[in-house]
Every structure is written in C-alpha cells, then in structure tokens.
Design a protein around this ligand. Structure first.
Ligand code: F6R
Length: 615
C-alpha cells in the first residue's frame, strides 16, 4: 500500500527511483509519480503503471542527482494525476512531498492553511503536509527543522520524503506509524518503504524508529528523534546488513510471484521449523527469553489479526482448545479495536501478521494492552516490522519475502508456527506425554514432504479451474478445523479471480445458504477423513439432492465416491493435526489457476494492497 523511494547520489537517480518503484509494485497502487531535482523540481505523474512513468521519463529526458518517487494507493481523493504524489507547495521556494499513511487531522490543518493563504490543488491529505512544511519553512528557514516542527502537528500515520528546489542536494525523510528505511550506498544515500526497493544499490540498511526525522545527502546522513517537534541531539541507529537476496525477490522460472510462493511452501515451512527439526524436545524459548515465565501464567489466548492471518488464528483456536486445553478467542483486529472487551491480565494476546505493518492489527494490539492485557506475542514474517517491535514475545515465520498480494506461504508458515505454539503450551500444561511430544516433532518434520506431495494435485486442479472460470459464484464448505480453511479458499478465489465466493460451516447450509444451490454454482468441499466426515457427507448429500455440482478435496482414505455431479481430488491419507495445512494447498492452486484462466492480474489484484498500512 503506497511505496516511497528516494535517492541522492553522484549519479543520475532516475533509473534507481524507477527500479525501486517497480520493486514496490507488489504493495498495490493506482498511480505513480516522481520529482527529480535538476535546476528546478521536475515532476512526472501518471495514473498508469510504473512502466508508464518510465515512458514519461524517456520522453521528457528527466534526470538529476536527487529525487523522490511514489506509488499511491488512493485513500483521500480518487486515483487521478491531480491526486498522485509528489505534491508541491510554494511558488518561489518550491518543496515537494511524498507520503504513505493517513493524516487524521488533515481537515483542521487544511482550513488553517487555507486561512493562511495556501491554495489546495488536490483532494489528498498529503497536500496538507506539503503546505504545512512550506508554512513552517517561512518562519524557520531550514527544511530539516521545518519538517520536524510540521510532523509534530500531524495526527495519524506517516512516512514522508521531502525535497526543496532551493537546496536540491538533500532529502528529508520522517516516519511515524508507517515503515521507512534508509539505505547507505557507495554512490549515494537512499530511503524506501521496504528493503526490496534498495537491494539494487545497497544491502546496508537502517530501520527508522517512530518519530525519526533524517537528513540524507550524497555522502552522509543524520537522524534525529523529532517526536516533540524539536531536533535535539542526533540519534544513533544500528546499520543492518540485509540478508535479503536479489533471487528472493525475483521470479526465477515462474510466471507469477503467487505461483512461485505456492511452490516455495515446503521450503518456507522447513525454514520456519528448522529449530524444531534439530531438537529432540520443544522449548518455549523459541518464542522469546521470557516465554517460559509468561506461558506458565497464561490461562487463555486472544488472537488479533486481519484477512488471511485471521483465518490462521481461527484454525489455531481448534488446536489450542483441543490439544492445549486453553480457551481461545480470535478477533478481527479492525472490530476488536472499537469494542469494549473485558481484559484478563493472564490472557496471552497473539498478533498474527505477514507484514507486521497492518494498521488495524497494530492498533488492536495496543488497545488490548491499554485494557490491561499484560502479555503479547507477535507471529510475523518481517523481522524489522512494527509488530515485532511492539510485543514482548515474538516468533519470526521464515517464509522469505511474499510479493504476491494474495498471501500463500505466509499463511502456511503461520499455521506451522501456531501448531508449534499449541504443542509448546500443551507440554507446559502437562497435557502432552513424552511420546506424544516426540510424535508431534516427527509429524512437523514430515510436514515439508507432505506439502510437496499435496502440490502434486496441480494437474487435476487445472482441469477444475477451467470450469470455475466460467462461473460467477462459488460456495466453499468445511467443518471443524477445516471450516477456516474453506474461508481461506473462498478469500483466495475472490481476491484474485474476482469470482464471488462464500464459505460456510457445512452444518449451516440448511439455515439459509442452501437456497443458493443450483446446477450453476460450484460447491467446493474440504472432506478430510476426520471425525466430522460422516456429518459432512450428509451436508454434501443435501447439496447433491438439489442438483448442486460438488468439487470435493478428500483424503486418500475418505470414503466418498465420485459420481455424476460429484468430482473428487484426493490428497494423501489423513494427516491428523497437520490436515488443515495440507488442505490449504489445493485451494491456493485452484484460485491461482482460475485467475490464470480469467487473465486477471494475479500478483496485483485490483483495489488490493499487500501491506495495509492505513485503517
Ligand atoms: C489475503 C491477504 C490479506 C492479509 C491481510 C492482513 O490474501 O493477504 O487478507 O492477510 O491484509 O495482512 P497481514 O498478514 O500483513 O497483517
């Protein structure tokens, strides 16, 4: 969701800005723009893709030694060239601003600035920032100090980059609530929303902290913590060597990142569980040094997450209750943050997020703390994310960068982690014999190979996908721990193929949705050979009897027969607790191949963003 890249270097920075924006395309956007300093501030903007911006650059021969660039995902104001960033302020001493996040007090500031004579051209909250900085610049004269004074007046989340015509050899950046990192290179200094944009020029990165304001020039940088509106003393921040590789963010032999990421799942899960594979018993320390103490006080779990991560939480509830005997609540973060829930200091609050930057999840976690929940755990795929820094305990899923907007390997690694958490808590609560613990470790070790086997159903799924691509609606059914997997299957299908898909707990069918069933609506069922199989089979009969076409993902040992209107793809034999993880794979493949048939933009589905950094 929105991406920033900026560069100040000894060489023309325009190719660096464009390459950086291309690397950030996965975050989702609907317009793009840049400003490059060359005698004056030269601005180019488009409502097309970054490639279109590249064409404008070529046509207008834009070049310069410093510039700021942006991909915008519209929040305030429609996706149009007028609203695309960078935004300008000032006629005589022009400044340009790019911004990620949302400024909540933009209306108040806009009125104040209009009264002071500033004219607004766009509908964005970002233009408020540009004028506010220009206003403060008139009084303070130094851009760095003016930015610092201005951000202190902003409410909401922001990462910004600012450049001025009068001193174009430096860029000022600031962040609070939205990610921004600095890149320190041999030929210049850079900043971007995430590391993937900067790997082209450097691996040396600094993760800015909340309230940081930084000045970048070609051969040096300075950072201040400006939370109180004053620069104060220079702040020291650690320089990290990024361990991201160019291959990790390249497509390699695949056509889409989603396809690559589906097939990376055996490795992603193996990397995530590596510490368990090499151990003979499971240790709470995998979740942090304090985990043993905190887990021993835990009497219930509260999971906060959004979207696919929320579905992972729903699966975990079944595991935590059945295996660890712990009451577990799973809440959609955007709802939880506006309820008045009753806090329990002994509840462990678990935030699950691939990106670790999801605004609702971060806010919900903070809210839970403010209510009196004492202990929190982050399950996240990004080591330097806000979520990881916000909790006492943390577990990093080692899925590698997930570029496709539709989450795949992040989900299965979250599930693997949540199963590990379940087993750890069960062991501490003396609900796991030594033999059962050993069985669980063996099952987890087997998981990558089992995932590899599940991927082999792809040719059969492709045949089904051709039929689904003709449809406008689909129903997904599951029971028990596979109901959230049905929800995840429906979410995957709708987000990348734009087919309307709904998931139901199969037992709910006759309470309403059965009315939808006719020969035109495909009904997908997840039918593992578990204790609910017989119940599910009765539910499927209800569909079949009404002429519904069934597409069943069964286990090798699920006794369900193929017949007229009942299509079956079989996975391996029932995998017990691992079953929901394995049944996810064919559903991801189905969504992917339906989207391919329909020719949609698989990795960048319309209207969606990868990291949802605004509310
Ligand atoms: C769907 C998807 C989203 C995310 C959701 C939360 O494929 O990716 O539903 O799961 O936006 O994102 P994170 O996990 O980054 O908090």
């Amino acid at each position: 969701m929105c991406g920033i890249v900026c560069a100040v270097a000894k060489v023309n920075v325009v190719p660096i800005l464009l390459e950086g924006l291309l690397r950030l395309e996965y975050r989702g956007y609907d317009s793009a723009g840049l400003v490059v300093a060359n005698q004056n501030l030269h601005r180019l903007r488009t409502t097309g893709r970054v490639a279109e911006l590249g064409k404008l650059v070529d046509e207008q021969k834009a070049q310069g030694l410093a510039g700021i660039a942006h991909t915008r995902w519209a929040t305030h104001g429609a996706p149009s060239e007028r609203n695309a960033h960078p935004h300008f302020s000032g006629e005589i001493s022009k400044i340009a601003v790019v911004h990620n996040g949302i400024i909540e007090n933009h209306e108040v500031l806009r009125r104040r600035l209009q009264d002071a004579g500033f004219e607004f051209i766009s509908d964005t909250d970002t233009e408020v920032i540009a004028h506010l900085i220009a206003f403060n610049h008139h009084q303070i004269h130094d851009l760095l100090e003016a930015v610092c004074a201005s951000v202190a007046e902003l409410q909401g989340a922001y990462a910004i980059a600012v450049i001025e015509e009068a001193r174009p050899e430096r860029i000022i950046v600031a962040r609070n609530g939205a990610p921004l990192i600095l890149g320190l290179g041999k030929e210049g200094n850079y900043a971007a929303s995430d590391a993937s944009a900067l790997l082209q020029v450097t691996k040396k990165m600094i993760y800015l902290e909340e309230g940081d304001v930084a000045e970048l020039v070609c051969d040096s940088y300075r950072i201040f913590n400006g939370l109180n509106g004053k620069l104060g003393k220079e702040a020291i921040r650690i320089v990290h060597e990024s361990n991201l590789t160019a291959e990790a963010i390249d497509l390699g032999p695949y056509t889409h990142f989603m396809q690559k990421e589906i097939f990376e799942q055996p490795d992603a899960v193996a990397n995530t569980l590596e510490m368990v594979f090499n151990a003979s018993s499971i240790s709470p320390r995998l979740f942090g040094n304090e985990a043993e103490t905190i887990f021993s006080q835990t009497d219930s779990i509260l999971i906060l997450a959004c979207g696919t991560s929320y579905h992972a939480g729903l699966v975990a509830r079944y595991w935590l209750e059945t295996v660890a005997g712990l009451p577990c609540n799973v809440e959609i973060a955007s709802e939880y943050r506006y309820r008045d829930p009753v806090a329990n200091p002994n509840t462990l609050v678990v935030g699950i997020s691939q990106s670790g930057e999801t605004a609702d999840t971060l806010a919900a976690l903070n809210y839970a703390k403010s209510l009196g929940h004492r202990h929190s755990l982050a399950i996240c795929n990004v080591a330097e994310s806000a979520l990881i820094r916000q909790t006492e305990l943390r577990f990093l899923t080692r899925a590698g960068p997930e570029i496709g907007v539709a989450s795949t390997k992040a989900f299965t690694t979250q599930l693997a982690t949540l199963l590990l958490l379940t087993v750890t808590l069960a062991k501490m609560r003396k609900r796991l014999s030594r033999e059962r613990e050993y069985e669980m470790i063996t099952a987890l070790r087997h998981l990558p190979a089992a995932l590899q086997l599940a991927l082999q159903v792809e040719p059969q799924v492709k045949i089904w996908a051709k039929k689904f691509a003709q449809k406008r609606h689909a129903l997904f059914l599951g029971r028990g721990v596979h109901y959230p997997i049905a929800m995840e299957g429906a979410l995957k299908l709708k987000e990348i193929s734009y087919i309307h898909a709904e998931a139901y707990a199969a037992g709910e069918l006759k309470h309403g949705p059965l009315a939808l069933v006719d020969s035109d609506i495909p009904v997908v069922a997840i039918a593992p050979n578990d204790i609910l199989l017989e119940k599910l089979k009765s539910n499927l009969q209800e569909v079949h009897a009404r002429g519904g076409e069934l597409y069943v993902f069964a286990d090798a040992d699920s006794l369900i027969q193929q017949s007229e209107g009942v299509h079956i793809i079989r996975l391996a034999e029932h995998a017990g607790l691992l079953s929901p993880i394995l049944h996810t794979i064919p559903l991801q493949l189905l969504a992917y191949h339906v989207a391919l048939q329909k020719g949609t933009d698989v990795d960048k589905p319309r209207n969606l963003a990868k990291a949802v950094t605004v509310e």
